[in-house]
Design a protein around this ligand. Structure first.
Ligand SMILES: [Zn+2]
Length: 258
């Protein structure tokens, strides 16, 4: 198990996965050989094995992305332009170095959370009201943005971002939930990345308290973002890219230093 670098509880799953891919590779004659087969046959020894694997997954978009886009447009009440949507699809992966933030962004984009409305539709709840405020229907937008319990967090987070970067972003659900920035913010690519990461952290904290009626504290968001900054610093350092870390994070580090 140590040889494969997996926890003992995951070892059986690894064997199943390995057996499944090996059998498929032997029995199914794809022509031409797929990228995943090439990588598999190389024993992951092709240059950048893990990155290639992730790239393949990223390139493989589910056929119903158009449907997801339409659902978001309906919920947000505004059309999402093509460029912003493609940026949002790409963002879940480029946004952060840690897998947890990536996973959360991916699941939000794909509307993969259990809301009161979804549970009611499936007969898992008696009504579709928000279980936090009990005043409005618990749609995805309500649960992540509109509900009183979470909205106050977004107000202060956007104020904080505006103060840190000397900009005037207007708080709205497309920005807070999907990280869709208005055009011409005047921010560098690195600072746009930080804004998206700061917003993804907002969603991460909200999801942590998915069923809580307590207002979410701004301090929790700031502490979480500080933790992410330390992790990112380490990863940028390992990759010898500390100069980029500074470009992404310096306004935030200056704010918490003061
Ligand atoms: Zn609510």
């Amino acid at each position: 198990m140590s040889k494969h670098n997996v926890h003992s509880k995951d070892f059986w799953k690894l064997l199943q996965l390995r057996s499944c891919i090996t059998t498929a590779d032997r029995k199914v004659k794809f022509a031409p050989v797929s990228d995943i087969q090439k990588l598999w046959r190389s024993g992951w020894k092709l240059k950048g094995g893990a990155s290639r694997f992730y790239d393949m997954f990223r390139r493989h978009q589910p056929p119903n992305y158009e449907g997801i886009k339409l659902s978001w447009e309906k919920d947000l009440g505004v059309p999402i332009d093509r460029e912003s949507w493609e940026e949002a699809i790409k963002s879940w992966y480029t946004i952060a170095r840690d897998m947890q933030t990536r996973l959360i962004s991916f699941r939000i984009l794909n509307r993969n959370y259990w809301t009161p409305v979804k549970m009611f539709r499936l007969g898992l709840r008696k009504n579709d009201m928000c279980w936090r405020c009990d005043k409005e229907r618990g749609t995805l937008i309500h649960m992540l943005y509109e509900c009183d319990v979470v909205h106050s967090l977004w107000v202060v987070v956007i104020q904080y971002i505006n103060n840190a970067l000397k900009v005037e972003l207007r708080e709205n659900p497309a920005l807070c939930i999907l990280g869709i920035l208005q055009r011409k913010t005047g921010l560098s690519q690195q600072l746009c990345l930080w804004v998206k990461l700061a917003l993804a952290t907002g969603n991460r904290v909200i999801l942590r308290h998915w069923k809580s009626k307590e207002k979410i504290s701004f301090k929790e968001w700031r502490d979480e973002l500080t933790k992410i900054a330390s992790f990112e610093q380490l990863i940028y350092k390992i990759n010898n890219k500390l100069d980029i870390f500074v470009k992404v994070w310096s306004p935030f580090l200056e704010m918490i230093g003061n």
